[in-house]
Design a protein around this ligand. Sequence first.
Ligand code: NI
Length: 196
Amino acid sequence: MKTVRYSAWALVAILLAVVGYAWIAGGTGKSVMEMAGADIGGPFSLQKTDGTKISEQDLKGKSHAIFFGFTHCPEVCPTTLFEAAGWLEKLGEDSDKLAIYFITVDPERDTPEMLDVYMESFPGITGLSGSPEELAEVQKLYRVYSRKVPLDDGDYTMDHTATVYLMDKDGKFSGTIAYGENPDIAMEKIRKLIDT
Ligand code: NI
């Protein structure tokens, strides 16, 4: 009888430990995400296609979406930019509440002039470039990965993070839109972003 009672208590203790651990782990998981969020973004200096300088301070005051890529990208970048231009279209007269920036990860080929021509296909989106050092710095701030991949013909392509970063009016990280995300969900995120 005594043994049974001890076993029962042992079971209760184990259950409490498991529930407690799950609760702590759940709580920790959330705060890790929040910390990661707070860590995305920061001071940078880049260049618009007209040659003028732009910093994170200039982006404040308006909700904005930031995407990293390169003009020679065969699919991911044009698809994302096409969808992003669509967000502005769907926002209609609210479109002035959102700014969208495309930051190159390929400074070697994406000169401001090259970007300028490329951005004509994506109305409302601002192309940004900079020196290799400036671009490396901003990639670090957004935890963006990019890598040059040689092609057989001697040319190269770029492997890169395909996430769209959503930043609020104060320049604080507010969320992401993944490549290939459901368009309705993406639009919901955009509307929520401009309403905050
Ligand atoms: Ni791309």
